[in-house]
Design a protein around this ligand. Structure first.
Ligand SMILES: [Zn+2]
Length: 419
């Protein structure tokens, strides 16, 4: 029997997520959108279908987040917990985090680094309907060098052969994407964020291997030489794309030619500035910071404005940005993917609709899911998030959805959680 549900709202995002349709209704049958039309055209409830009039809300496609760590705690001691908790503890934490994420309105997440034993099991249980959670694209464990960035997630690979084997293993386990740690990172005391972890030759082999198995490859990249290496190797997307100079006594080392090549190759960047924004606000409230300054970056503190300047230059040059919060890192709670859009507006100066589009249709495109999610059109999965207020006027109105629908199933209705 067909299940038909109709969701009416004062404001419904138009098909290209660039403006509102006033007083419209989204018609959903068996989890798929079958029509978007003026509310006046649809009949009121009856035996054959349910009608939910959400009232004065803004109905958007469910948010899409390109960067999570499902089992990380987002607390000041996230690093210690990630290194010491066992798989059972991490699985429960991940289950809770994914529930929070979807109930906040993020209906699709790409997880870019969690233990294999946790990530694939949690996705299976969500897909089987045992626990609520977003659609998940998974990298499983990131691939890193011995003692490298996030080594404690479980996959260390140093040589070209080991990297190829690691990629094959991840795909065999069910990975939809490969994550390689191209430089060290702040989260790992033994990894140097300013220097590359892999040579261009090894990165090229990784790209070849991932593409041979028909999965995209994205790289954590915090330093200028790391960025240059992954651009030359032709990876699909860059995460962070920061430009730290390899000399800890110097600041940034931005190279416009590399960015031009990035644009020519269509490489997306996840600027992770939503996470930065949440960190700055948490520190302003007096909360404990994530950790002491990293030994490899602390010689010269680079002001946030300099990073913002390089991000603006990249964007102006034509690089497209995904919305990835780096969920699970300190301050990056799994229910705050909307902070990506806040930061695009408040930090980078984007128009509200451009930021809303990036958080939905844009990132869906980056994830290769344009035909399934990211907009409210006939034929798409009925993944929706309603927000009170109007994010086109005030971007912070987009925060923790009041109603969440996933594949037509109502998870939360007018602030009442149903799952
Ligand atoms: Zn991350």
């Amino acid at each position: 029997m067909t299940t038909k549900r109709i969701f009416k709202a004062k404001r419904v995002a138009n098909s290209d997520v660039s403006g509102w349709l006033d007083d419209h209704a989204v018609v959903v049958e068996d989890g798929v959108i079958t029509a978007v039309e003026p509310s006046a055209n649809v009949a009121s409830g009856g035996d054959s279908h349910e009608v939910h009039d959400l009232g004065d809300v803004s109905l958007l496609p469910g948010l899409v987040d390109a960067h999570s760590h499902m089992h990380c705690s987002a607390t000041h001691d996230a690093q210690t917990l990630a290194m010491t908790e066992n798989d059972q503890q991490l699985t429960i934490r991940a289950t809770s985090n994914m529930r929070k994420a979807v109930l906040a309105g993020t209906t699709t997440i790409r997880d870019l680094g969690s233990r294999n034993e946790v990530a694939f099991a949690v996705r299976q249980m969500i897909e089987d309907g045992h626990v609520p959670g977003p659609r998940l694209l998974l990298a499983g464990t990131p691939i890193t060098i011995t003692a490298g960035h996030c080594w404690f997630f479980g996959t260390e690979a140093d040589t070209e052969t080991q990297v190829r084997t690691a990629i094959r293993t991840q795909v065999k386990l069910g990975a939809n994407v490969i994550k390689v740690m191209a430089t060290g990172g702040m989260f790992t005391p033994t990894a140097n964020p300013r220097t590359p972890q892999y040579s261009v030759e090894v990165l090229k082999a990784a790209v070849e291997e991932a593409h041979r198995m028909n999965v995209p490859i994205v790289t954590h990249t915090l330093s200028a030489q790391g960025v240059r290496n992954v651009v030359e190797a032709g990876v699909d997307q860059l995460i962070h794309a920061r430009w730290y100079h390899s000399d800890p006594n110097q600041g940034l080392d931005y190279t416009p030619d590399t960015v031009k090549q990035m644009v020519d190759q269509g490489q997306w960047v996840d600027p992770t500035i939503g996470h930065h924004l949440l960190g700055i606000e948490a520190k302003a409230r007096g909360e404990i910071g994530p950790m002491d300054p990293h030994w490899a970056v602390s010689y010269k503190v680079v002001p946030e404005a300099e990073h913002v300047d390089t991000l603006n230059k990249m964007h102006d040059a034509g690089v497209r940005f995904t919305t990835g919060l780096d969920m699970g890192m300190t301050y990056g709670t799994h229910d705050r993917s909307a902070a990506n859009a806040w930061a695009l507006v408040e930090t980078l100066g984007w128009a509200n609709w451009k930021a809303i589009n990036a958080s939905t249709a844009g990132t869906a495109e980056a994830l290769g899911l344009t035909k399934q999610i990211g907009s409210l059109q006939t034929g798409m999965f009925a993944d929706m998030a309603a927000f009170s207020g109007d994010p086109a006027q005030n971007i912070r109105d987009m925060d923790r959805a009041s109603t969440v629908v996933q594949s037509g199933r109502i998870l939360k209705l007018n602030d009442t959680v149903l799952v």
